[in-house]
Design a protein around this ligand. Structure first.
Ligand code: ZN
Ligand code: ZN
Length: 295
């Protein structure tokens, strides 16, 4: 089993344990704020599953059925999870609204907060593991996961504080108000998960900055060509596809033109690891001298 998979499975197990503890805290107290805190953990479980799908399915090499690879499996599962996260947030909002109208004091509030606190400690420890491993393996994805978990721990502390205030002051509305606040935050993270993946499913182009580097590589590696035009790029999860037309002098032999293409391809692969490059070679009378001209 690879290191990435071990960490992925660890994230799911920790997420499930934290979710269980937080649900227990909710069940003990009847606090909607603690319920919303628990639902926040479903976001972590969902994203950890998406990451595992990405490692297992999206990393599969291209086959006869899927000649362009399986990258989009990752995006597809992330969109599904975004939908589930948004649904969870809407359910909390409904619960909060209900609790707001029929405000009642919490049962066993302190015991519940202790159980909830134990869940936060577990989250905090795993957050530390993710950040440490992420820095060690220079993995931005792991560091991002760790940071996300850290924000959960902080919002958990906020919820705990809110429930404590509710107990101390007897302000029953404080509990659903905290729940609604967390629900809005969950709604936002669900939307972000979905939005990022949707742009991938829609064949989004490389970012302007990377595109500029791609143009630079094409220009420097295709010495002797007349121009390059109709550059199109698309990303699908971890996969990148680059295609363009390369206009060369008509007198160039097929072997020479192919050698030029191989140099450009090698340059682009050095820039973006594992990118798929398709180059259409044209004689010089096809030069456009307009549009996305690179040379
Ligand atoms: Zn052309
Ligand atoms: Zn070739």
């Amino acid at each position: 089993m690879s290191k990435a998979m071990k960490i992925g499975i660890g994230s799911i197990l920790v997420g499930l344990a934290v979710l269980g503890l937080k649900l227990l805290a909710w069940w003990m107290t009847g606090s909607v704020a603690l319920l919303s805190d628990a639902m926040e953990s479903t976001v972590n479980v969902a994203t950890a599953i998406a990451a595992l799908v990405a490692i297992r399915v999206a990393a599969r090499p291209a086959d006869a059925n899927h000649p362009y690879g399986h990258h989009k499996a990752e995006l597809f599962s992330a969109v599904l999870e975004g939908v589930m996260i948004i649904l969870a947030a809407l359910l909390i909002l409904r619960e909060a609204w209900h609790a707001f109208q029929t405000a009642h004091p919490l049962i066993a509030p302190l015991d519940g907060l202790v159980v909830n606190g134990a869940a936060s400690v577990l989250n905090g420890v795993w957050c530390w593991v993710l950040l440490r491993q992420g820095r060690r393996f220079r993995s931005p994805a792991l560091v991002a996961d760790g940071r996300h978990l850290l924000s959960d721990v902080i919002s958990s502390l906020g919820v705990t504080f809110g429930v404590l205030v509710a107990i101390q002051t007897g302000w029953a509305w404080m509990d659903p108000a905290m729940a609604a606040l967390v629900a809005v935050n969950i709604l936002w993270s669900g939307w972000k998960v979905m939005q990022e993946s949707l742009s991938g499913l829609m064949d989004e182009s490389l970012s302007e900055g990377v595109l500029a580097d791609v143009r630079k590589v094409i220009a420097t590696e295709s010495v002797g060509a007349v121009e390059a035009h109709d550059l199109r790029t698309r990303t699908a999860g971890a996969g990148t596809f680059i295609e363009f037309h390369l206009v060369v002098p008509g007198s160039l032999s097929v072997s020479e033109a192919h050698g030029m293409c191989d140099r450009v391809e090698a340059g682009l692969k050095a820039l973006i690891e594992g990118c798929v490059v398709t180059i259409h070679v044209e004689p010089e009378e096809k030069a456009k001298h307009k549009g996305i001209v690179v040379l």
